[in-house]
Design a protein around this ligand. Structure first.
Ligand code: CA
Length: 399
């Protein structure tokens, strides 16, 4: 219960309390907590400098005890009428604030952990081989991305120029990507870093990771398919990665934790989560193109959990830093309307989607707006929202 007048289905009740960074007319960036249609100015409400830095990093670095302490205080403030007089002056209408990138992103890693997504791409691109590569069920495949081009939801998606070459062409050409796509993903934000040389075991996940956001890993498929052999994704991905402005603490997702899919290949001990605390998450994603629902990817079916991704990232001794972001990889389910990218939804561009207005789509056109939203079971019995990540495609600059 809360003394706030919240819509029943707001998704931002007292059991969520996501952290973000906002500014008002003053232009000053500070930490806020989304509650109902409001944002609680945490810097003003607490008087603590750690919430006035303009990013979440300083608070995230303080670790799980500080995160839990703040959450307990916030819960008391927002549920006990006795605190109303003190808290209410620091609530601002969310519609009147500007949201910013919540975290200064340190290192960015992107995985490839949805079996249905990996199999779909395998069937399209390697029709004569097994859909999954031989390593897929033994380790969570990933690559290091470009942290500096991770931006907040709403950042324009400028169509990238680049080299592309189809198998039918003799030589590459240069120009705007003609196969601009999305990847619907869930991202995890590291709060507490780790020592170089010391791996983080599966059980250390919640000691290091603060929370969860939504990620759209915009992808230029034509640039990607020409450049990726043999070292992996590069310019086809690095032009922009969008994240949602609200970071939902792991503590808000306790009721969303589920066992990941059954493992049918024995795992090496550092990845074996048979007897570990489960870190699958029942996060339901929705993908909208120009306002129309086109897909509902189920994150709970993703094969590799974020705890396994973190254990794998550090098993060679690589250290973590506050602000590290790692994303799940495109989330796709087994059904056609659960695919988390247009290359899958249109099956490589061969089966265009028909939209409600009668137009069709394979890949994105200039002016298209893609919005990802997601929700998960909350600890109060309803559903909590992970907010949204949105972007509008703008024309490429003249090459
Ligand atoms: Ca991706």
């Amino acid at each position: 219960m809360t003394w706030l007048d919240l819509p029943a289905d707001s998704g931002f009740g007292p059991d969520n309390l996501p952290h973000g960074v906002f500014s008002d007319a003053s232009g000053r960036r500070r930490t806020g907590i989304a509650i109902g249609d409001s944002v609680l100015d945490l810097a003003a409400a607490t008087g603590e400098d750690v919430h006035a830095t303009g990013t979440l990093n300083a608070f995230l670095a303080r670790g799980p005890r500080a995160w839990a302490d703040l959450r307990a205080r916030l819960t008391a403030w927002l549920t006990d009428e006795a605190h109303r007089g003190r808290v209410e002056p620091h609530l601002l209408p969310r519609s009147e604030v500007t949201l910013h990138l919540p975290v200064e992103v340190a290192d960015y890693v992107d995985f490839y952990s949805s079996q249905h997504h990996a199999e779909n791409l395998g069937r399209m691109f390697r029709p004569d081989s097994a859909p999954l590569t031989p390593n897929w069920k033994h380790l969570p495949i990933g690559y290091h991305g470009r942290a500096g081009t991770v931006q907040v939801s709403g950042t324009p998606v400028v169509r990238p120029n680049g080299q592309r070459k189809t198998p039918a062409e003799d030589a590459p050409t240069f120009g705007p990507s003609q196969r601009l796509d999305i990847e619907a993903e869930v991202g995890f934000v590291v709060g507490v870093g780790s020592e170089l040389g010391t791996p983080v075991p599966l059980g250390g996940f919640a000691e290091h990771v603060f929370g969860v956001c939504l990620v759209n890993d915009w992808s230029a498929r034509d640039l990607q398919s020409w450049e990726y052999v043999p070292l992996g994704p590069f310019l086809g991905k690095s032009f922009l990665t969008s994240i949602s402005p609200w970071v939902v603490p792991l503590a808000a997702l306790e009721a969303a934790r589920v066992r990941p899919p059954a493992r049918d290949v024995p795992l090496l001990p550092y990845l074996d989560d048979t007897d570990a605390e489960p870190w699958g998450l029942d996060v339901a994603i929705e993908v909208r193109l120009n306002g129309e629902l086109v897909s509902c990817p189920p994150f709970r079916l993703v094969y590799w959990t974020p705890a396994q991704q973190l254990a794998h990232t550090t098993v060679n001794g690589a250290s973590l830093r506050t602000g590290d972001l790692f994303a799940s990889g495109t989330v796709s389910g087994p059904a056609a309307d659960q695919r988390g990218s247009f290359i899958e939804l249109s099956w490589g561009g061969t089966e265009p989607l028909t939209l409600p207005d009668g137009t069709t789509r394979t890949f994105l056109e200039d002016g298209d707006v893609v919005t990802l939203t997601a929700s998960a079971p909350g600890t109060a019995g309803g559903r909590i929202s992970l907010g949204e990540v949105t972007g509008r495609v703008e024309p490429a600059p003249a090459p």
